[in-house]
Ligand binder design. Structure first.
Ligand code: GLY
Length: 405
């Protein structure tokens, strides 16, 4: 081989190696930070007066760690992060920790006090089953789906989100995310009732939550006796008629997932239209990390929501594999991850070990504004894994259990 040819081969090898190193960087960061978050979780738990708090959620204004009990809607995300680190690294250390945290979540399978049984059980036990195929987890998923199904009213055609005296039968856009548990439970049990409830809920949401421009209301309140829509409102957004950033991201992810699970093109079109609303929004910043609400009149002097960006990135990677706009969606998801990797990560060893800064939980409630929040980290890791799978020419979703990538 001539010198120039040898130099060419070496250059290609070095470039490939450096691309792989670049891709590995966010995961190496995530592993180190999560070691820190495990330590701060243990310390905070040891000094807490509340006996059942165990899972990190966010930071208090004074920088101290907020731990939550299994019944909090955010309790399942950290166990899910541990499973995702195991999926990435194959390191049994992460699986051991993931099993411990997931074990604490299992009793939530019968907690019917809100729709959040879906988030809680699917992000923890759902990942556990996906990566281990342990039959024990299968039973927990099916039981949790039964619990979620008890909140479905066929007259409304939706699952009730919250039990709250302010509303009669509130359904929030976030609830689209809980349908994944139902689809999975039908696959695991052969009982199609879960699938039918998920489809009815998605159809009702498509009909009543969406405006003509494919932005979504946060809350739709129904009359449970007649199914009539009583109010279309917000709970966590700027105004009833505004587009709360995380709500738009939940819808994008939810309808993409419904297309995956049903093959119904109506859901694909819905997801594409939601993507169009988000990506063409004049108030979406150049780095693609949205302000907390697309319609806050004080933009640009308002907080961002990195969690919405992470959910969008993960959803867009999946949508890119189904849509004729796939190239755009993939490039957009890559750009979001570049922004998060370069400008939103916590400094190594800081912020108790959370991965991302600058999420906004509930601005009107004056709660968790411009802070790290665990679900931002969950969907960030999921998006990083999806990006990695696509780079390697593998399916965006790994349902095969742990495979060495
Ligand atoms: N599901 C509640 C939230 O997104 O804040």
């Amino acid at each position: 081989m001539k010198f120039t040819a040898i130099a060419g081969v070496l250059l290609t090898l070095c470039t490939t190696a450096s691309i792989a190193q670049q891709a590995a960087k966010p995961f190496l960061f995530a592993e180190k930070q999560t070691d820190a978050l495990l330590r701060s979780t243990a310390e905070t738990k040891a000094s807490s007066v509340k006996a059942n708090v165990f899972s990190p959620r966010s930071l208090n204004p004074d920088g101290s760690l907020i731990l939550v009990a299994p019944d909090d809607w955010c309790s399942g995300f950290f166990p899910g992060n541990l499973w995702q680190l195991y999926e990435y690294s194959g390191d049994p250390k992460w699986m051991d920790q993931a099993k411990v945290f997931t074990h604490t979540m299992e009793a939530e399978k019968t907690d019917a006090h809100s729709h959040d049984v879906g988030f809680k059980v699917y992000c923890s036990v759902g990942n556990a089953y996906r990566l281990t195929h342990d039959e024990h987890y299968k039973e927990v998923i099916i039981e949790a789906a039964k619990t979620l199904s008890t909140r479905f009213n066929p007259i409304v055609g939706s699952i009730k989100s919250w039990d709250n005296r302010k509303w009669k039968y509130p359904v929030i856009i976030d609830n689209m995310m809980n349908l994944e548990l139902l689809f999975e439970a039908t696959k695991l049990s052969g009982d199609s009732s879960f699938y039918k409830i998920a489809v009815a809920h998605a159809n009702t949401t498509m009909k009543n939550h969406y405006r003509a421009d494919y932005s979504s209301y946060h809350v739709v309140d129904y009359d449970p006796e007649t199914g009539k829509v009583l109010h279309k409102q917000t709970a966590q957004g700027y105004a009833d008629e505004s587009a709360w950033a995380r709500g738009q991201a939940w819808g994008l992810y939810g309808f993409t997932m419904c297309y995956r699970e049903t093959g119904n093109k109506v859901y694909l079109t819905q997801a594409e239209n939601i993507a169009k609303f988000i990506l063409n929004n004049p108030d979406l910043p150049k780095d693609l990390v949205p302000y907390w609400d697309y319609n806050d009149p004080a933009i640009p002097s308002v907080p961002r929501d990195a969690s919405a960006a992470a959910i969008m990135a993960s959803a867009l990677y999946e949508l890119s594999t189904y849509s004729t706009n796939g190239k755009l969606y993939k490039a957009t998801a890559d750009k979001i991850l570049n922004s998060l990797n370069n400008n939103y990560q916590a400094p190594l060893g800081a912020d108790k070990g959370f991965l991302l800064l600058h999420s906004t939980g509930n601005k009107p409630g004056n709660s968790e504004i411009d802070v790290p929040i665990i679900y931002a980290d969950y969907y960030y890791l999921e998006a990083l894994l999806r990006q990695k799978h696509l780079k390697q020419g593998k399916p965006v979703l790994n349902t095969a259990g742990v495979v060495k990538y």
